[in-house]
Write a protein that binds this ligand. Sequence first.
Ligand code: BMA
Length: 387
Amino acid sequence: MVNIISNIKKWILVLTGLPVTAFAMAQTATPELPADAKATRQTIALHNNLKKLAAKGYMFGHQDDLVYGVHWRYEHGRSDVKELAGDYPAVYGWELGGLEAREEKNLDGVPFKKMRQFIQEGYARGGVITISWHARSPLGAPKGAWDTTHGTVASILPGAVNHKLYRSWLDELARFFLSLKGSRGEAIPVFFRPFHELTGNWFWWCRNACTPEEFKVLWRFTQYYLREEKKVHNLLYVYNTSGDFKTKEEFLERYPGDDVVDLLSFDAYQYDDPAKSDWFVNNINSQLGMISEIAAEKNKLTALAETGYEQLPYTTWFTEILAKAIGRHKISYVMVWRNHGYNEGMKRMHYYTPYKGHAAEQDFIKFYQLENTLFERDVAKEKLYGY
Ligand code: BMA
Protein backbone atom coordinates (compact mmCIF):
# COMPACT_ATOMS: atom_id res chain seq x y z
CA MET A 1 0.00 0.00 0.00
CA VAL A 2 2.79 2.41 0.98
CA ASN A 3 4.42 1.54 -2.27
CA ILE A 4 1.27 2.39 -4.23
CA ILE A 5 0.81 5.71 -2.43
CA SER A 6 4.40 6.74 -2.90
CA ASN A 7 4.19 5.85 -6.54
CA ILE A 8 1.01 7.79 -7.05
CA LYS A 9 2.65 10.76 -5.34
CA LYS A 10 5.59 10.38 -7.66
CA TRP A 11 3.37 10.39 -10.75
CA ILE A 12 1.40 13.36 -9.50
CA LEU A 13 4.69 15.25 -9.26
CA VAL A 14 5.45 14.09 -12.73
CA LEU A 15 2.13 15.33 -14.02
CA THR A 16 2.76 18.72 -12.57
CA GLY A 17 5.79 19.02 -14.78
CA LEU A 18 8.77 17.52 -12.98
CA PRO A 19 10.76 15.42 -15.42
CA VAL A 20 10.92 12.26 -13.33
CA THR A 21 10.54 9.93 -16.27
CA ALA A 22 10.12 10.32 -19.97
CA PHE A 23 6.52 9.17 -20.13
CA ALA A 24 5.19 11.81 -17.87
CA MET A 25 6.96 14.83 -19.26
CA ALA A 26 4.32 17.18 -20.54
CA GLN A 27 5.63 18.16 -23.92
CA THR A 28 4.22 20.93 -26.02
CA ALA A 29 2.03 19.45 -28.71
CA THR A 30 3.12 20.29 -32.25
CA PRO A 31 0.01 21.34 -34.16
CA GLU A 32 0.75 19.51 -37.40
CA LEU A 33 1.87 16.31 -35.73
CA PRO A 34 -0.23 13.78 -33.85
CA ALA A 35 0.44 13.10 -30.17
CA ASP A 36 2.99 10.53 -31.25
CA ALA A 37 5.60 12.71 -32.93
CA LYS A 38 7.15 9.54 -34.38
CA ALA A 39 3.86 8.48 -35.99
CA THR A 40 4.17 6.78 -39.38
CA ARG A 41 3.74 8.76 -42.58
CA GLN A 42 0.26 7.31 -43.17
CA THR A 43 -0.82 8.08 -39.60
CA ILE A 44 0.29 11.70 -39.92
CA ALA A 45 -1.48 11.93 -43.29
CA LEU A 46 -4.71 10.59 -41.80
CA HIS A 47 -4.48 13.00 -38.87
CA ASN A 48 -3.89 16.03 -41.08
CA ASN A 49 -6.37 15.05 -43.81
CA LEU A 50 -9.15 14.58 -41.29
CA LYS A 51 -8.68 18.14 -40.13
CA LYS A 52 -9.56 19.25 -43.66
CA LEU A 53 -12.25 16.65 -44.26
CA ALA A 54 -14.48 17.94 -41.45
CA ALA A 55 -15.28 20.99 -43.61
CA LYS A 56 -16.98 18.66 -46.13
CA GLY A 57 -18.88 16.49 -43.71
CA TYR A 58 -18.66 13.73 -41.13
CA MET A 59 -17.84 10.07 -41.66
CA PHE A 60 -20.35 7.43 -40.71
CA GLY A 61 -19.02 4.53 -38.65
CA HIS A 62 -20.36 1.18 -37.49
CA GLN A 63 -18.99 -1.24 -34.89
CA ASP A 64 -18.22 -4.80 -36.11
CA ASP A 65 -19.82 -3.94 -39.46
CA LEU A 66 -18.12 -6.64 -41.53
CA VAL A 67 -18.32 -9.67 -39.25
CA TYR A 68 -22.03 -9.95 -38.55
CA GLY A 69 -25.39 -8.27 -39.00
CA VAL A 70 -28.80 -8.70 -37.46
CA HIS A 71 -29.59 -11.82 -39.55
CA TRP A 72 -26.18 -13.15 -40.61
CA ARG A 73 -22.78 -14.05 -39.23
CA TYR A 74 -19.39 -14.39 -40.90
CA GLU A 75 -20.49 -14.15 -44.55
CA HIS A 76 -17.62 -12.50 -46.30
CA GLY A 77 -18.43 -9.27 -48.15
CA ARG A 78 -21.69 -8.62 -46.26
CA SER A 79 -22.54 -5.51 -44.26
CA ASP A 80 -25.98 -4.37 -43.06
CA VAL A 81 -24.95 -0.82 -43.94
CA LYS A 82 -23.88 -1.70 -47.48
CA GLU A 83 -27.02 -3.70 -48.09
CA LEU A 84 -29.07 -0.54 -47.56
CA ALA A 85 -26.83 2.30 -48.64
CA GLY A 86 -24.93 0.53 -51.40
CA ASP A 87 -21.69 1.49 -49.67
CA TYR A 88 -19.71 0.45 -46.63
CA PRO A 89 -19.32 2.76 -43.62
CA ALA A 90 -16.33 5.08 -43.75
CA VAL A 91 -15.28 4.15 -40.21
CA TYR A 92 -15.00 0.61 -38.87
CA GLY A 93 -15.11 0.08 -35.12
CA TRP A 94 -13.40 -2.99 -33.63
CA GLU A 95 -12.98 -4.21 -30.08
CA LEU A 96 -10.01 -5.86 -28.38
CA GLY A 97 -11.47 -7.06 -25.04
CA GLY A 98 -9.92 -10.49 -24.39
CA LEU A 99 -6.75 -9.94 -26.40
CA GLU A 100 -4.91 -8.90 -23.23
CA ALA A 101 -5.35 -12.45 -21.91
CA ARG A 102 -4.36 -14.04 -25.22
CA GLU A 103 -7.89 -15.20 -26.02
CA GLU A 104 -8.50 -16.17 -29.64
CA LYS A 105 -11.82 -14.35 -29.75
CA ASN A 106 -12.88 -11.04 -28.25
CA LEU A 107 -15.59 -10.72 -25.62
CA ASP A 108 -18.25 -10.67 -28.34
CA GLY A 109 -16.94 -13.81 -30.03
CA VAL A 110 -15.04 -12.15 -32.89
CA PRO A 111 -11.83 -14.06 -33.70
CA PHE A 112 -8.84 -11.70 -33.71
CA LYS A 113 -7.50 -13.33 -36.87
CA LYS A 114 -10.69 -12.46 -38.75
CA MET A 115 -10.68 -8.99 -37.23
CA ARG A 116 -7.19 -8.40 -38.58
CA GLN A 117 -8.25 -9.47 -42.09
CA PHE A 118 -11.32 -7.23 -42.01
CA ILE A 119 -9.25 -4.31 -40.76
CA GLN A 120 -6.89 -4.85 -43.68
CA GLU A 121 -9.77 -5.01 -46.16
CA GLY A 122 -11.48 -1.85 -44.89
CA TYR A 123 -8.21 0.05 -44.91
CA ALA A 124 -7.35 -1.17 -48.43
CA ARG A 125 -10.66 0.28 -49.65
CA GLY A 126 -9.79 3.63 -48.04
CA GLY A 127 -11.79 3.29 -44.80
CA VAL A 128 -10.78 4.41 -41.32
CA ILE A 129 -10.24 2.09 -38.34
CA THR A 130 -11.04 2.75 -34.68
CA ILE A 131 -10.45 0.30 -31.85
CA SER A 132 -11.88 0.15 -28.32
CA TRP A 133 -10.77 -2.08 -25.46
CA HIS A 134 -13.14 -3.54 -22.85
CA ALA A 135 -10.18 -4.91 -20.92
CA ARG A 136 -11.03 -7.39 -18.19
CA SER A 137 -10.48 -6.42 -14.55
CA PRO A 138 -6.80 -6.62 -13.56
CA LEU A 139 -8.09 -7.89 -10.19
CA GLY A 140 -9.81 -10.79 -11.94
CA ALA A 141 -13.30 -9.60 -10.99
CA PRO A 142 -15.95 -11.76 -12.70
CA LYS A 143 -17.76 -8.77 -14.19
CA GLY A 144 -14.68 -8.02 -16.28
CA ALA A 145 -14.52 -4.48 -17.67
CA TRP A 146 -17.80 -3.74 -15.87
CA ASP A 147 -16.30 -4.09 -12.38
CA THR A 148 -16.02 -0.86 -10.40
CA THR A 149 -13.79 -1.84 -7.50
CA HIS A 150 -12.03 1.31 -6.37
CA GLY A 151 -8.27 0.87 -6.54
CA THR A 152 -8.15 -1.25 -9.68
CA VAL A 153 -6.45 1.48 -11.67
CA ALA A 154 -4.08 2.23 -8.78
CA SER A 155 -3.07 -1.44 -8.78
CA ILE A 156 -1.67 -1.33 -12.33
CA LEU A 157 0.24 1.95 -12.16
CA PRO A 158 4.05 1.88 -12.16
CA GLY A 159 5.37 0.19 -9.06
CA ALA A 160 2.00 -1.21 -8.00
CA VAL A 161 1.10 -4.84 -7.50
CA ASN A 162 -0.46 -5.51 -10.91
CA HIS A 163 1.80 -3.32 -12.98
CA LYS A 164 3.68 -6.22 -14.51
CA LEU A 165 0.41 -7.83 -15.51
CA TYR A 166 -0.70 -4.60 -17.14
CA ARG A 167 2.54 -4.38 -19.13
CA SER A 168 1.95 -7.91 -20.36
CA TRP A 169 -1.52 -6.82 -21.55
CA LEU A 170 -0.02 -3.92 -23.44
CA ASP A 171 2.51 -6.31 -24.98
CA GLU A 172 -0.42 -8.23 -26.50
CA LEU A 173 -2.03 -5.05 -27.78
CA ALA A 174 1.24 -3.84 -29.25
CA ARG A 175 1.72 -7.15 -31.04
CA PHE A 176 -1.74 -6.82 -32.57
CA PHE A 177 -1.34 -3.17 -33.60
CA LEU A 178 2.01 -3.91 -35.21
CA SER A 179 0.54 -6.88 -37.07
CA LEU A 180 -1.96 -4.67 -38.90
CA LYS A 181 -0.18 -4.25 -42.21
CA GLY A 182 -1.30 -2.74 -45.51
CA SER A 183 -0.30 -4.09 -48.92
CA ARG A 184 2.91 -2.03 -48.96
CA GLY A 185 3.98 -3.46 -45.64
CA GLU A 186 3.03 -0.23 -43.86
CA ALA A 187 1.35 -0.26 -40.44
CA ILE A 188 -2.36 0.54 -40.70
CA PRO A 189 -3.29 3.72 -38.78
CA VAL A 190 -5.80 3.22 -35.98
CA PHE A 191 -7.81 5.60 -33.82
CA PHE A 192 -7.20 3.90 -30.47
CA ARG A 193 -9.97 4.61 -27.96
CA PRO A 194 -8.81 3.15 -24.65
CA PHE A 195 -10.69 3.69 -21.38
CA HIS A 196 -13.78 4.90 -23.18
CA GLU A 197 -16.70 6.41 -21.23
CA LEU A 198 -14.16 7.32 -18.56
CA THR A 199 -16.51 9.74 -16.82
CA GLY A 200 -19.20 7.08 -16.32
CA ASN A 201 -19.62 4.79 -13.32
CA TRP A 202 -19.61 1.29 -14.84
CA PHE A 203 -16.03 0.33 -15.84
CA TRP A 204 -13.00 -0.17 -13.60
CA TRP A 205 -11.35 2.93 -15.17
CA CYS A 206 -14.43 5.14 -14.63
CA ARG A 207 -14.80 8.23 -12.49
CA ASN A 208 -16.12 6.46 -9.43
CA ALA A 209 -13.29 3.92 -9.37
CA CYS A 210 -10.16 6.10 -9.62
CA THR A 211 -9.00 9.65 -9.02
CA PRO A 212 -8.34 12.07 -11.90
CA GLU A 213 -4.60 11.84 -11.16
CA GLU A 214 -4.62 8.05 -11.30
CA PHE A 215 -6.52 8.14 -14.56
CA LYS A 216 -4.08 10.59 -16.12
CA VAL A 217 -1.11 8.48 -15.07
CA LEU A 218 -2.80 5.38 -16.49
CA TRP A 219 -3.32 7.13 -19.82
CA ARG A 220 0.14 8.62 -20.00
CA PHE A 221 1.84 5.39 -19.01
CA THR A 222 -0.20 3.39 -21.54
CA GLN A 223 0.75 5.70 -24.34
CA TYR A 224 4.38 5.95 -23.26
CA TYR A 225 4.69 2.17 -23.12
CA LEU A 226 3.10 1.50 -26.51
CA ARG A 227 4.97 4.31 -28.19
CA GLU A 228 8.41 4.29 -26.61
CA GLU A 229 8.89 0.76 -25.34
CA LYS A 230 6.92 -1.18 -27.96
CA LYS A 231 7.57 1.20 -30.88
CA VAL A 232 3.94 1.31 -31.93
CA HIS A 233 3.63 4.36 -34.16
CA ASN A 234 0.37 3.77 -36.01
CA LEU A 235 -2.00 5.06 -33.33
CA LEU A 236 -4.01 8.24 -32.97
CA TYR A 237 -5.33 8.62 -29.42
CA VAL A 238 -9.02 9.22 -28.70
CA TYR A 239 -10.07 10.83 -25.41
CA ASN A 240 -13.61 9.58 -24.90
CA THR A 241 -15.88 10.52 -22.00
CA SER A 242 -19.45 9.40 -21.52
CA GLY A 243 -22.28 11.76 -22.34
CA ASP A 244 -22.79 13.09 -18.83
CA PHE A 245 -20.71 16.28 -18.80
CA LYS A 246 -22.45 19.63 -18.43
CA THR A 247 -19.49 21.96 -18.84
CA LYS A 248 -16.13 22.09 -20.60
CA GLU A 249 -14.42 21.83 -17.21
CA GLU A 250 -16.24 18.58 -16.48
CA PHE A 251 -15.30 17.19 -19.88
CA LEU A 252 -11.65 18.02 -19.19
CA GLU A 253 -11.48 16.96 -15.55
CA ARG A 254 -9.53 13.78 -16.41
CA TYR A 255 -7.95 15.01 -19.65
CA PRO A 256 -4.38 13.67 -19.64
CA GLY A 257 -2.76 16.45 -21.70
CA ASP A 258 -2.56 17.99 -25.16
CA ASP A 259 0.61 16.08 -25.90
CA VAL A 260 -1.09 12.68 -25.52
CA VAL A 261 -4.48 13.15 -27.21
CA ASP A 262 -5.48 13.52 -30.88
CA LEU A 263 -9.25 13.44 -30.86
CA LEU A 264 -11.88 14.59 -28.35
CA SER A 265 -15.11 12.63 -28.14
CA PHE A 266 -17.91 11.26 -26.00
CA ASP A 267 -20.45 8.42 -26.16
CA ALA A 268 -24.17 9.13 -25.83
CA TYR A 269 -27.17 6.98 -26.70
CA GLN A 270 -30.85 7.70 -27.21
CA TYR A 271 -32.82 5.98 -24.43
CA ASP A 272 -36.01 7.98 -24.18
CA ASP A 273 -38.65 8.37 -26.90
CA PRO A 274 -37.65 11.11 -29.34
CA ALA A 275 -41.34 11.72 -30.10
CA LYS A 276 -41.81 12.86 -26.49
CA SER A 277 -38.48 14.42 -25.60
CA ASP A 278 -35.86 16.42 -27.44
CA TRP A 279 -33.22 15.62 -24.83
CA PHE A 280 -30.96 13.81 -27.30
CA VAL A 281 -30.92 16.53 -29.98
CA ASN A 282 -30.41 19.34 -27.48
CA ASN A 283 -27.88 17.58 -25.35
CA ILE A 284 -25.71 16.21 -28.14
CA ASN A 285 -25.82 19.52 -29.90
CA SER A 286 -24.66 21.47 -26.88
CA GLN A 287 -21.99 18.89 -25.96
CA LEU A 288 -20.63 18.85 -29.51
CA GLY A 289 -20.52 22.64 -29.23
CA MET A 290 -18.39 22.37 -26.07
CA ILE A 291 -15.93 19.84 -27.45
CA SER A 292 -15.67 21.77 -30.73
CA GLU A 293 -14.65 24.88 -28.81
CA ILE A 294 -12.05 22.96 -26.84
CA ALA A 295 -10.81 21.27 -30.01
CA ALA A 296 -10.46 24.63 -31.77
CA GLU A 297 -8.33 25.94 -28.89
CA LYS A 298 -6.22 22.81 -28.69
CA ASN A 299 -6.15 22.01 -32.41
CA LYS A 300 -7.67 18.52 -31.98
CA LEU A 301 -10.11 16.40 -33.98
CA THR A 302 -13.61 15.61 -32.67
CA ALA A 303 -16.16 12.80 -32.93
CA LEU A 304 -19.35 11.34 -31.51
CA ALA A 305 -17.51 8.12 -30.79
CA GLU A 306 -20.50 5.88 -29.96
CA THR A 307 -24.18 6.46 -30.31
CA GLY A 308 -27.42 4.87 -31.47
CA TYR A 309 -31.03 4.11 -30.72
CA GLU A 310 -31.34 0.39 -30.08
CA GLN A 311 -33.71 -1.34 -32.57
CA LEU A 312 -34.67 2.07 -34.05
CA PRO A 313 -38.28 2.14 -32.89
CA TYR A 314 -38.42 5.75 -34.09
CA THR A 315 -37.96 5.06 -37.77
CA THR A 316 -36.70 8.49 -38.86
CA TRP A 317 -34.07 8.60 -36.12
CA PHE A 318 -31.13 8.95 -38.49
CA THR A 319 -32.31 12.00 -40.43
CA GLU A 320 -34.55 13.69 -37.87
CA ILE A 321 -32.68 13.05 -34.67
CA LEU A 322 -29.04 12.13 -35.25
CA ALA A 323 -28.42 14.45 -38.22
CA LYS A 324 -30.16 17.26 -36.36
CA ALA A 325 -28.18 16.62 -33.19
CA ILE A 326 -24.90 16.89 -35.11
CA GLY A 327 -26.22 19.92 -36.99
CA ARG A 328 -23.46 22.11 -38.33
CA HIS A 329 -20.75 20.90 -35.99
CA LYS A 330 -17.61 20.00 -37.90
CA ILE A 331 -16.87 16.61 -36.43
CA SER A 332 -14.75 13.88 -38.03
CA TYR A 333 -17.13 11.01 -37.49
CA VAL A 334 -20.13 9.54 -35.76
CA MET A 335 -20.20 5.83 -35.01
CA VAL A 336 -23.20 3.67 -34.12
CA TRP A 337 -22.82 0.50 -32.11
CA ARG A 338 -23.01 -3.11 -33.27
CA ASN A 339 -25.75 -5.13 -35.00
CA HIS A 340 -25.61 -8.15 -32.78
CA GLY A 341 -29.16 -9.39 -33.45
CA TYR A 342 -30.86 -11.28 -30.63
CA ASN A 343 -28.71 -11.04 -27.52
CA GLU A 344 -29.18 -13.97 -25.13
CA GLY A 345 -27.65 -12.13 -22.18
CA MET A 346 -29.85 -9.07 -22.68
CA LYS A 347 -32.92 -11.09 -23.78
CA ARG A 348 -33.67 -8.64 -26.56
CA MET A 349 -32.62 -7.57 -30.03
CA HIS A 350 -29.42 -5.50 -29.89
CA TYR A 351 -28.68 -3.51 -33.09
CA TYR A 352 -28.21 0.10 -34.17
CA THR A 353 -28.55 0.31 -37.96
CA PRO A 354 -31.57 -0.89 -39.89
CA TYR A 355 -31.25 -3.89 -42.20
CA LYS A 356 -33.12 -4.88 -45.37
CA GLY A 357 -36.83 -5.00 -44.56
CA HIS A 358 -36.59 -2.90 -41.35
CA ALA A 359 -39.02 0.02 -41.03
CA ALA A 360 -36.16 2.53 -40.80
CA GLU A 361 -34.63 1.39 -44.10
CA GLN A 362 -35.73 4.36 -46.23
CA ASP A 363 -34.68 6.88 -43.62
CA PHE A 364 -31.21 5.38 -43.44
CA ILE A 365 -30.92 5.69 -47.24
CA LYS A 366 -31.90 9.36 -46.92
CA PHE A 367 -29.25 9.79 -44.24
CA TYR A 368 -26.69 8.23 -46.59
CA GLN A 369 -27.75 10.68 -49.32
CA LEU A 370 -27.30 13.79 -47.14
CA GLU A 371 -24.56 15.93 -48.55
CA ASN A 372 -22.53 16.02 -45.37
CA THR A 373 -22.58 12.30 -44.45
CA LEU A 374 -19.51 10.49 -45.74
CA PHE A 375 -19.38 6.77 -46.42
CA GLU A 376 -16.48 4.68 -47.66
CA ARG A 377 -16.50 5.67 -51.33
CA ASP A 378 -16.57 9.36 -50.35
CA VAL A 379 -13.51 9.03 -48.15
CA ALA A 380 -11.64 6.72 -50.55
CA LYS A 381 -11.64 9.65 -52.98
CA GLU A 382 -9.96 11.80 -50.36
CA LYS A 383 -6.89 9.54 -50.18
CA LEU A 384 -6.72 10.00 -46.44
CA TYR A 385 -3.46 8.07 -46.11
CA GLY A 386 -1.65 10.09 -48.72
CA TYR A 387 -2.36 7.75 -51.66
C1 BMA B 1 -21.85 -3.31 -25.18
C2 BMA B 1 -22.79 -4.39 -25.70
C3 BMA B 1 -22.22 -5.70 -25.22
C4 BMA B 1 -20.77 -5.87 -25.69
C5 BMA B 1 -19.93 -4.66 -25.33
C6 BMA B 1 -18.52 -4.74 -25.90
O1 BMA B 1 -22.34 -2.07 -25.40
O2 BMA B 1 -22.86 -4.38 -27.09
O3 BMA B 1 -23.01 -6.75 -25.73
O4 BMA B 1 -20.20 -7.02 -25.13
O5 BMA B 1 -20.56 -3.50 -25.77
O6 BMA B 1 -18.52 -4.77 -27.30
